[in-house]
Design a protein around this ligand. Structure first.
Ligand code: ZN
Length: 156
């Protein structure tokens, strides 16, 4: 299966049936993300066990790429600690912005590799990276237990 087929199948699947959709209440941290270029909005709520993400949900409205990317991200980071999340974030960023003959995405990415297909559409890279910026904001900001009033981030 080439990258374009993988991209289309995974994005369609996760857009149609987003995983971990909803809101954790109470939560340990939360953040809102906003991509004004496309109109994507996203709220992440997380439960943490030390520096490990024990549970994560997302809610929001956006294009297929932002929804699928958030769905894939929640699956990928659940149960991982901060160092593993930071590593994944870096690999995703590289996959999204790689140019030309950079070769196939690393196998460590798993299904997140499908996001590398976004590099064919540079205008959509911010749609795919919004959830990762929002996760960063959430991890840097603990709330008082309520999903409202978390950090917020804009891609602009
Ligand atoms: Zn978008």
């Amino acid at each position: 299966m080439d990258l374009k087929d993988l991209y289309r199948d995974v994005i369609l699947d996760h857009n149609r049936q987003p995983r971990n959709f909803g809101r954790l209440d109470p939560c340990d941290t939360s953040a809102d993300g906003n991509n004004p270029l496309c109109g994507d909005r996203l709220t992440l709520t997380l439960r943490l066990d030390g520096d490990r993400i024990s549970d994560i949900r997302f809610e929001g409205k956006g294009c297929a790429i932002s929804t699928a990317s958030a769905s894939l991200m929640t699956e990928a980071v659940k149960g991982r600690d901060a160092a593993a999340v930071a590593r994944l974030r870096e690999l995703v960023q590289q996959a999204l912005t790689a140019h030309g003959d950079s070769g196939p995405p690393p196998s460590e990415l798993g299904k997140l590799a499908a996001l590398a297909g976004v590099r064919e559409y540079p205008a959509r890279v911010k749609c795919a990276s919004l959830c990762w910026h929002t996760l960063d904001a959430a991890l840097g900001h603990r709330t008082d237990g309520s999903p409202a009033g978390g950090a917020s981030v804009s891609t602009e």
